[in-house]
Design a protein around this ligand. Structure first.
Ligand code: BES
Ligand code: ZN
Length: 708
């Protein structure tokens, strides 16, 4: 009886509660926000927020005026603290997409080997930075009175900046400046492009917003720090590059956005457009508020989850390398916005790698922004010396990333040059080691910079390298040598760094084994492969006949010891001791995880794919994959409907997967094959070019897919 009573009591109480709730809900709207914030809000205002669904860091919620107001006033948050959504479906779709973008990013090795190789150019650039230019430019922008996006002064600020950037570029034919008009604002954004000399389709971008705001946003939004400072900083970096006559290998872009203050409007339209056009932005760095030194350290790297951990680490690495002491000293800390606080969020949402180095810790940043008091007069340090540090960091980032590991440089920075003077009789046509499987023609000048090709190598493990020579006519005796810069001191001269050599012979291909010593330094380093006619070459030699090629290898620590160590290359053994990937874990360098049957290792550049946990049936699968375009088919292509049908024409469907990879190398979808023919929903893929990749563990076969 007692039991029954309390049952009724509970029932009626909850009915009452849901009645009240229903009333409140009538004023509610949909939104997405951080899960942590949503939980806090729920605890303090249980009736004003409903959490519909949480996927890791993000939640789809319903809010009302009270909770929205509360969010706005919490702490030092300037933005709304949530993203408005028109429907429950839109809110859920947003958090699911954010999660899959994050997962794909975590699993994809960055396309750029984040290595420091441009010491000479970067050091030259640092000495050219002039803080007084930044100070003067901030005042110039402040003098518009307001740059609120609807005001004519804001439009003028854009056209004037375009003219200023054009003047800086002089008459260089590889530079262009354009205005980008928007549907959500009368103010245009400004973009300056320096076209890359070797990889023009890879973009390295730095940006910030040009507009400003204040409560009455008419004539009193000087926006000196927010964000005249970022625009002036970017402009000074550009001026320095032009004064050096710098010609980047990748395309470099400078972006000044309109209408950031009303909800990232300019950057959102531009980021979407770039994604729709499949523009490959290799990384994006935002400069928004650079001149208010509010904390004891100089630069704060923001570690919001939508930013790229590897890009953030690279910025730290740059400051360790270039700014540890002396005139260019920069100290740094870590902070976070905890929401999509500036334009970089627009690019992160499209799956691009972003970072946002900031002027102070979030709580100690400029308290006067978005008021008429955001002027130069309140900067704690004079003459824009604080912003100048950001200009230096921007130059380090722009030069290193735009020139990283691209082909054709006969004198790779930091390493001695080596080449074969004639490749007309023989050259290296293939090098295979781990995931490196590089087929090539003779390099111009007898040298090829293939440092964009990388593989992971484990300490204490034996690895096999195979080199294939090609003779154009008669066969000659060829000798080989391979070096790895194990201690990363930019030479191949230390003991043990000649990892393999072979006396002259006409054997083809040639193979050798080497074991990575446990004393090797972990991380990315260079491997040099040299083939010389009739005698074993030395590492810095320029010899008569033959060829030299450089690669990148990433040294990882030994796999956790296990009794089956001698079988690690086979069966499930590689995955023994590695735990499944956990999206909320904080992984360190060298950690290994399994994910969907594959083994990954955390490298300096993200997750490196090491291999499959299970091997395929011991049939001749490897042969099956060889250049066989009949391996699988799919239709229609271009994809005009919301699904495709994939047919796998061999036994691989029994154990294989197909990955859908975008042009940035992000894995956007994994298709588990269940039968020879599989129907796959493609409605979530935005239009553009993708690749379908069928894997057998060591090889893959790829076909291009175009979504209309
Ligand atoms: N510069 C601010 C962002 C900011 C403020 C970052 C303080 C760190 C500390 C930016 O211009 C801005 O005001 N953003 C809006 C959000 C946006 C979605 C409208 C904001 O924070 O209110
Ligand atoms: Zn702002």
């Amino acid at each position: 009886m007692k039991k029954l009573n309390s049952f009724f009591l509970t029932l009626s109480l909850s009915a009452l509660a849901s009645g009240v709730y229903a009333q409140e809900r009538s004023k509610m709207f949909y939104a997405t926000m951080g899960t942590q914030d949503a939980l806090e809000l729920k605890e303090n205002h249980p009736n004003d927020v409903k959490i519909i669904k949480s996927v890791n860091e993000n939640s789809a919620v319903m809010l009302n005026e009270h909770s929205a107001e509360e969010l706005h006033h919490t702490g030092l948050r300037h933005g709304p603290g949530y993203f408005y959504k028109t429907s429950e479906k839109a809110a859920i779709e947003t958090i699911v997409k954010a999660n899959s973008i994050q997962k794909a990013k975590a699993l994809t090795k960055s396309a750029i080997p984040f290595q420091i190789t441009q010491d000479q150019l970067v050091n030259q650039s640092l000495n050219l930075v002039n803080n007084t230019n930044i100070d003067r430019h901030i005042r110039e922008l402040e003098n518009y009175g307001t740059r609120f996006h609807t005001m004519s002064s804001a439009r003028r600020a854009s056209t004037d900046l375009k003219a200023k950037w054009e003047r800086l570029a002089g008459n260089r034919s590889d530079v262009s400046v354009r205005l980008v008009n928007h549907s959500g604002s009368p103010m245009p954004s400004v973009i300056m492009t320096i076209t890359g000399t070797e990889k023009p389709n890879e973009y390295v971008v730095v940006g910030g917003h040009l507009d400003s705001t204040s409560p009455s946003n008419q004539n009193d939004a000087p926006g000196a720090d927010d964000n005249a400072s970022g625009i002036a900083t970017i402009t000074e970096a550009a001026r320095v590059l032009f004064s050096m006559n710098y010609r980047p290998k990748r395309t470099v872009e400078f972006m000044a956005f309109a209408a950031e203050e009303i909800g990232l409007v300019g950057s959102q339209e531009i980021a979407r457009d770039y994604k729709n056009r499949n523009v490959n932005i290799v990384s994006y760095v935002q400069l928004d508020m650079t001149n208010y030194k509010g904390s004891s350290q100089d630069v704060f790297i923001t570690n919001d989850s939508y930013n790229s951990t590897s890009l953030n680490n690279f910025l730290r690495q740059l400051m360790d390398h270039y700014n540890a002491s002396g005139t260019h000293k920069i100290t740094y800390g870590t902070s976070a916005c905890n929401y999509g606080c500036s334009d970089h969020h627009s690019f992160a949402q499209q799956g691009y790698e972003t970072a946002f180095p900031f002027e102070a810790s979030f709580n100690e940043s400029n308290p006067r922004i978005h008021t008429s008091g955001d002027t130069s007069s309140i900067f704690p340090t004079p003459n824009a010396t604080h912003a100048a540090k950001f200009a230096k960091l921007a130059l380090e980032y722009l030069i290193e990333v735009s020139n990283a590991g691209s082909g054709g440089d006969p004198n790779p920075t930091g390493y001695c040059a080596s080449n074969g003077k004639k490749t007309s009789d023989e050259y290296i046509s293939k090098v295979a080691l781990g995931t490196i499987n590089k087929t090539s023609a003779a390099g111009s000048g007898g040298y090829s910079d293939f440092t964009a090709e990388t593989t992971n190598l484990s300490k204490g493990r034996s690895h096999t390298i195979t080199v294939t020579p090609t003779w154009t006519g008669s066969t000659y005796d060829e000798a080989y040598a391979v070096w790895i810069d194990y201690n990363q001191d930019n030479d191949f001269a230390d003991s043990g760094e000649l990892v393999w050599s072979k006396a002259a012979s006409r054997t083809t291909p040639v193979s050798g084994n080497f074991t990575v010593p446990s004393s090797a330094k972990t991380g990315s380093t260079r491997m040099r492969v040299s083939m010389k006619y009739n005698a074993i070459p030395t590492s810095c030699e320029s010899f008569e006949y033959g060829e030299v090629e450089d690669y990148t290898v990433v040294i990882g620590s030994k796999v956790s010891s296990n009794p089956d160590a001698h079988t690690t290359e086979e069966g499930n053994a590689p995955c023994i001791g590695a735990a499944p990937y956990n999206s909320s874990a904080n992984y360190q360098f060298n950690d290994r995880v399994t994910y969907q049957g594959k083994l990954y290792e955390r490298t300096a550049n993200g997750w490196g794919h090491i291999g499959l946990c299970k091997t395929f049936a011991k049939s001749s699968n490897v042969d099956l994959l060889r250049d066989d375009s009949s391996l699988f088919d799919f239709n229609p292509n271009p994809v005009t409907e919301d699904h495709i049908e994939i047919t796998v024409n061999n036994e691989l469907w029994k154990s294989g997967s197909i990955w859908v990879v975008d042009t940035n190398g992000n894995i956007v979808q994994e298709i588990r094959l269940k039968s020879k023919a599989t129907q796959v929903n493609t409605s979530k893929l935005s239009s553009g070019v993708y690749f379908l990749a069928l894997f057998n563990g060591s090889k893959s076969f790829t076909k291009q897919m175009i979504i209309k």
